[in-house]
Each structure stands twice: as structure tokens, then as C-alpha cells.
Design a protein around this ligand. Structure first.
Ligand code: FES
Length: 113
């Protein structure tokens, strides 16, 4: 029987390191769990999304945020940072958890058990 599980991967030790990763920008491409992701800081909250637009597959390196959504620089489609939904498409996103020892991103996967 298949089930969905979440693998939590630590990507920063504290908020100082998070801000160093962002280098003062709103969006920063990086690799976490061998995936190309985009770390986003918008309205004081951190988000992580797949760095590939679901419209035509271009990278979101130069994306910006507006009213809780990330806007793709190529054709201006926007996707909710909370749900990934927008423009009839879905941008994969990864929850971020703050724990005692740092910040973790959650990646879902199918498991046989
Ligand atoms: S590739 Fe992102 S909106 Fe078209």
C-alpha cells in the first residue's frame, strides 16, 4: 500500500543564516534535497517553491512577489505562496518548519510502507 510521507531537510541553522542565503533579495535560487528551489521572503514570512514555472518550465530566479503570490518573470502568471495555485496551474511548494536547531523544508514522497 502506498502512502505519502514527508522528508524534512535542514537548510539553515537560524534566521541570520536564512537572511545570508537571501543576500537582501526577495527570492534566491538554491538546491535543497537535490532539488532546484527558490527561497522566498515575503511580508516577513519564508517560503520555498520549486524553481520551475508550471506554465512553460522556465526558472523563477528573477521572479518577484505581489500580495502573497510569486509572479513568474516570463509571462507574469502568479501563484499563491501558501498553496501554489494560480492561473489554473500548480507551482510545487515545500512547507518550512522552524525547529530548535534550525529551519527545515518538507518534501513529500510516495512510500510503499
Ligand atoms: S513560464 Fe512562467 S508564466 Fe510562462
Amino acid at each position: 500500500m502506498f502512502s505519502m510521507k514527508t522528508k524534512w531537510v535542514k537548510f539553515a541553522s537560524d534566521e541570520k543564516e536564512l537572511n545570508e542565503l537571501l543576500r537582501g533579495k526577495e527570492c534566491m535560487p538554491m538546491k535543497v534535497n537535490s532539488k532546484a528551489v527558490l527561497l522566498v521572503k515575503h511580508d516577513g514570512e519564508y517560503y520555498m517553491v520549486k524553481n520551475r514555472c508550471p506554465h512553460q518550465g522556465y526558472r523563477l530566479d528573477q521572479a518577484h512577489c505581489e500580495e502573497g503570490a510569486i509572479v513568474c518573470p516570463w509571462h507574469k502568471y502568479s501563484f499563491s505562496l501558501e498553496t501554489g495555485r494560480g492561473s489554473g496551474l500548480y507551482l510545487e511548494n515545500y512547507p518550512i518548519e522552524k525547529r530548535e536547531d534550525g529551519y527545515y523544508a518538507g518534501f513529500e514522497y510516495f512510500s510503499l510502507f
